[in-house]
Write a protein that binds this ligand. Structure first.
Ligand code: COA
Length: 295
């Protein structure tokens, strides 16, 4: 049950996650979350790809606060973990990727904590967007509200044919709060973003593809997963530092105070300082395949 001091607890707990042993959400003690022992997220690493599955199938994988914190912790770990080279995010089951933020928690918000609610989600989704390792959302079924927002924070989206996208917050008397008003607009353009957010309508995978919201549409979840893996394996054969620089430069486009061309020039120079640059250029000249080390 949410109460007045919920966000104080949440924010206290966020600090605790960084360096202490326990965290308290809803007054419940949780151990710090590692790759393998979180409750609402299943995680599994195979051949350098971390598979994150939001695992609240009975609630169509709705994002509650505890799940969001698990996502935050996992993405913090992803940055530091050398064995993880890429991430796939998906939802448990066939029906939903994520059907939004958990409405039972949204229903308890007040004006004061609603701002923090939005800022907290924005912060976590920015971690995904800024991750230097490629992140693909495999969107199986409903991607609504916070689910659509999470998918949009990923670097790419591969959808199943039954995927449905939407920002239905207006039906609840609210607006998207986890970055959706911004990311949807830059992904599909102003007119369509206005239409989707103002009507709360859902669109199917093919329309999402036509609008540029998703990169690929495949008929089944296993095929969508295979497509995401194919893309990631290709990216993983490239120079990891350069991939991270591409993330920074593309994100710079959307930061109003940042000069993206400057970011590009600086990032280009950083790449040239790396061993991977020496390896990549030498391998080309020596007519062999490069072996990148991310150094
Ligand atoms: N938050 C919390 N619970 C949710 C949820 C959400 N965003 N979306 C679905 N659920 C729960 C339902 O309450 C239901 O739980 P119950 O079985 O304990 O009653 C369960 O998931 C299954 O959902 P249900 O509505 O019965 O499935 P459906 O096939 O009839 O409809 C949707 C599917 C996605 C159309 C419908 O669940 C829906 O509109 N969800 C809310 C979407 C939304 O507004 N998201 C934005 C939130 S900001």
């Amino acid at each position: 049950m949410l109460h007045e001091s919920f966000f104080d607890i949440l924010y206290f707990s966020k600090k605790s996650f960084g360096n202490a042993q326990t965290a308290c959400i809803f007054g419940i003690q949780h151990s710090p979350i590692s790759m393998t022992d979180s409750n609402n997220i299943l995680s599994d690493e195979k051949e350098g790809i971390l598979y994150l599955t939001v695992n609240r199938e009975s609630k169509l994988n709705a994002l509650n606060f505890a799940t969001l914190e698990e996502i935050r912790n996992i993405f913090n770990e992803v940055s530091d973990n050398k064995n993880i080279k890429a991430v796939i995010v998906t939802g448990s089951g066939e029906k939903a990727f994520i059907a939004g933020a958990d409405i039972s928690e949204i229903a308890e918000l007040n004006e004061l904590n609603a701002r923090k609610f939005a800022e907290n989600g924005q912060e976590i989704f920015s971690l995904i967007e800024n991750c230097h390792k490629p992140v693909i959302a495999v969107v199986n079924g409903f991607a609504l509200g916070g689910g659509c927002e999470l998918a949009m924070a990923c670097h790419m989206r591969v959808a199943t044919a039954n995927a449905k996208f939407g920002q239905p917050e207006v039906n609840l008397g609210i607006i998207p709060g986890y970055g959706g008003t911004q990311r949807l607009t830059y992904l599909i353009g102003r007119g369509k973003a206005n239409e989707l957010m103002m009507t709360g309508d859902m669109i199917g995978a093919e329309e999402a593809y036509t609008l540029g919201l998703v990169n690929h549409v495949l008929s089944s979840k296993s095929e969508a997963m295979a497509k995401a893996e194919e893309i990631l394996h290709k990216i993983m054969s490239k120079a990891p530092l350069a991939i991270g620089m591409i993330v920074d430069c593309i994100n710079a486009v959307f930061v109003p105070d940042e000069n993206g061309y400057q970011t590009e020039a600086n990032s280009f120079a950083r790449c040239v300082k790396s061993g991977d640059y020496t390896e990549g250029t030498s391998a080309f000249l020596e007519k062999r395949k490069p072996v990148f080390k991310g150094e």
